[in-house]
Ligand binder design. Structure first.
Ligand SMILES: Cc1cc2nc3c(=O)[nH]c(=O)nc-3n(C[C@H](O)[C@H](O)[C@H](O)COP(=O)(O)OP(=O)(O)OC[C@H]3O[C@@H](n4cnc5c(N)ncnc54)[C@H](O)[C@@H]3O)c2cc1C
Length: 471
């Protein structure tokens, strides 16, 4: 007989409350149940699937050191996942399943179905710094914009701190788990065969390395420069932790605690340079809390319903040009090529390309949201949805719809020498810095035989068109 630890979006040993409870209760079996069909429906990127796969292998070894055997079961969708968990529960004679929360709609429905069918599912929370639902305005409601949320968040943390699970775990199991014979049918395949396409993610080291080296180095040497480097895509000025946070390989609470222990004044002085980084982690919490309070977001709803009537253009050729990095705006094109080639995109560029798609091309933010999910190693529903709705003005931007990024001035400001642009658009390698942001006039004037694309829209016209569209 063994109870079960159900591994979901929490591929880590540190700050994992379900794992702590499992160990306290002598659990010797953990399970991960992959759902390739659901992953297709949720547009999981093949590079993210590979990243999950690699972290599962790491976790398997880490759990083995704690006396816990990690099984992998293969299901199709969430119904099948629930069915397989139930079978395992019965075969092991379990009394409890320990898991960490997945707050999205379908995931919640699956968990409720399991509880109603008699499974004793004990859920903990560890994907946000402050518990979902705990940061509210004076009327007891969720904030609609970021800044007051951040202020309330800070007040709460100043008063109560951030709670993390105990770090040191010692197993009560000395023996390897004994699996019933009839479990063979459920056990998967040695090599975590997901039945899902995978793209090599090895450019991103495993979280063990990140926890031991990358994060201490970032906090000791880089976090104070973050504020002035974070917007320059040719420089590695950000932490690069989003893929780890997205699969739960690094805990946001643990990260925030590390930072605050090093710089306790941050909580009281938001002008300190490192606060900008904490601020981004708070944005992450903000979007997760928002999704918790507004589950309709998961189903593609506009946050601001007044925009429900927008008649977005179904302009497939322009969408294709945007996806392929062929809009004729170098910063947009370089960014889209970065996404497709590496599975990641710099935050400044995510804002620029999202604004371009929704404001210059008037294409539905949901098309862009989906394309991002299909390619991002850090695809995270709430941050992606929040970012897209912010950029398209249907979401939580405190500024109204007339925030329209100019892709040329953004390029001049954040990539002045065109270093980032030339990295991804070799067609522009011989264009002088001054002209690289919009090279068409220079190319024509000098009779250069260039393979770079003509712009698919003219900026000023597109801007006026967007203003009229939103009005
Ligand atoms: C249109 C759009 C789509 C986005 N899609 C995603 C997504 O799918 N997954 C994702 O993790 N982030 C998304 N972001 C937010 C942000 O771009 C990335 O989190 C960031 O680029 C990751 O790089 P980093 O880890 O070096 O971040 P850092 O700048 O070092 O920030 C630290 C952490 O804070 C969080 N964070 C930073 N900026 C934001 C933000 N604006 N919103 C929410 N959380 C933030 C991330 O978890 C990040 O790892 C999106 C932003 C936009 C504008």
């Amino acid at each position: 007989m063994s109870d079960i630890l159900w591994i979901r979006r929490d591929l880590r040993i540190h700050d994992n409350p379900a794992l702590v409870s499992a160990i306290e209760n002598g659990v010797s079996i953990a399970v991960f149940i992959s759902t390739p069909q659901k992953w297709h429906q949720h547009h999981l990127a093949p590079i993210k699937a590979d990243f999950i796969f690699r972290h599962l292998k790491q976790l398997e070894a880490e759990l083995a050191d704690l006396g816990i055997t990690l099984l992998h079961l293969k299901a199709t969708d969430f119904d099948d996942q629930a069915k397989q968990l139930t079978e395992l529960y019965q075969q092991l004679g379990s009394q409890v399943v320990f898991a960490n929360s997945e707050p999205e709609v379908d995931e919640q429905a699956r968990d409720q179905q399991l509880i109603s069918s008699g499974i004793n599912l004990q859920i903990s929370d560890c994907d946000v710094m402050l518990p979902l639902g705990s940061v509210l305005n004076q009327q007891g409601e969720m904030f609609k914009v970021f800044t007051p949320f951040k202020n309330a968040w800070l007040k709460e943390v100043q008063a109560k701190g951030i709670q993390c699970s105990p770090a040191a775990l010692t197993s009560k199991n000395n023996a390897k788990a004994l699996l019933p014979d009839n479990l063979q049918t459920l056990q998967l395949a040695s090599d975590y065969d997901f039945d899902f396409p995978r793209v090599d993610s090895s450019r991103w080291p495993l979280s063990q390395d990140v926890l031991g080296n990358v994060i201490p180095n970032f906090l000791a040497n880089k976090v104070n420069d973050y504020a002035h480097l974070r917007d320059i895509p040719s420089v590695k000025g950000t932490s690069g932790l989003s893929p780890y946070l997205a699969i739960g390989a690094v805990s946001p609470r643990w990260l925030a605690i590390q930072l605050i222990q090093q710089q306790p004044d941050l909580l009281f002085d938001t002008q300190l340079p490192a606060f900008s980084w904490l601020n981004e982690l708070i944005w992450r919490d903000f979007y997760k809390h928002l999704m918790f309070h507004h589950p309709k977001l998961v189903k593609g709803a506009n946050f601001q319903q007044k925009y429900n009537g927008l008649d977005w253009y179904k302009d497939h050729p322009s969408f294709k040009a945007w996806c392929e990095g062929k809009t004729g705006y170098p910063l947009v094109d370089a960014a889209m090529r970065q996404l497709v080639e590496t599975g990641w995109m710099h935050n400044r560029l995510r804002m620029v390309v999202a604004s371009f798609l929704t404001k210059h091309l008037l294409i539905d933010w949901r098309w862009g949201e989906r394309f991002f999910m299909e390619h991002l190693i850090d695809g995270d529903f709430s941050a992606n949805n929040g970012g897209w709705q912010w950029a398209s003005s249907t979401g939580c931007d405190a500024q109204p719809y007339f925030r329209i990024f100019n892709p040329i001035t953004q390029s001049e400001k954040f990539d002045p020498k065109g270093i980032f642009i030339r990295k991804y658009i070799p067609e522009l390698k011989n264009i002088p810095d001054k002209h690289v942001h919009f090279p068409h006039g220079y190319i024509a004037k000098n009779g250069i035989n260039s393979e770079y694309w003509q712009p698919i829209v003219e900026h000023k016209e597109a801007r006026l068109r967007a203003l009229a569209f939103f009005k």
